[in-house]
Write a protein that binds this ligand. Structure first.
Ligand code: FES
Length: 168
């Protein structure tokens, strides 16, 4: 269970659910009867919740009158959909060739050790999600990573791990 700073995780979680419910209902209303609505519904539901909770996918299946397995199959097929909560900060460490030969794996290892999560996982406090990518298009800055929209290049393992503190 994740607790917020004031320790009222249950109440806040409940409030958050309540504030999202009207958005979800509005979403269903907008797409009712629309052909090919599954992917846009998944995208917009993910924007509302930050990921796709199983219950939301169940409700999408109900709305579209399709089996849950179909909704789940599409959500797991596309990399853009996330079935688990994501961190407030998304770290993408490049392990492409240029970064790899300049120590990308050591940068990744240092971050992994600092956060104690594996590739694709999120820290328990939902502060960070750690991912790897094959190229960030900034090979001249290798080894590099992105945190949210910021590109950080010419990293050392220590510098990479230390700069995470800037991201709340
Ligand atoms: S290989 Fe890392 S940015 Fe291209």
């Amino acid at each position: 269970m994740t607790h917020c700073q004031c320790g009222h995780a249950h109440e806040h979680g409940h409030e958050q659910e309540e504030s999202r419910e009207p958005l979800l209902r509005d979403l269903f209303a907008r797409y009712r009867g629309v052909q090919g609505a599954l992917i846009p519904l998944l995208q917009e539901a993910q924007n509302i919740y930050g990921y796709l909770p199983a219950e939301v996918m169940r409700r999408i299946a109900g709305e579209l009158r399709v089996p849950f397995s179909k909704v789940y199959g599409v959500a797991t097929f596309y990399a853009q959909f996330h079935l688990k909560p994501r961190g407030r900060n998304i770290i993408r460490v490049c392990l492409g060739t240029a970064c790899h030969v300049r120590g990308g794996a050591r940068v990744f290892g240092a971050i992994q050790e600092r956060l104690d999560v594996a590739d694709g996982e999120t820290t328990a406090d939902l502060r960070y999600t750690l991912e790897t990518v094959a190229c960030l298009g900034a090979c001249g800055l290798a080894p590099c990573m992105m945190v949210n929209d910021d590109t950080h290049g010419r990293l050392t393992p220590d510098r990479a791990a230390a700069l995470l503190a800037d991201y709340e």
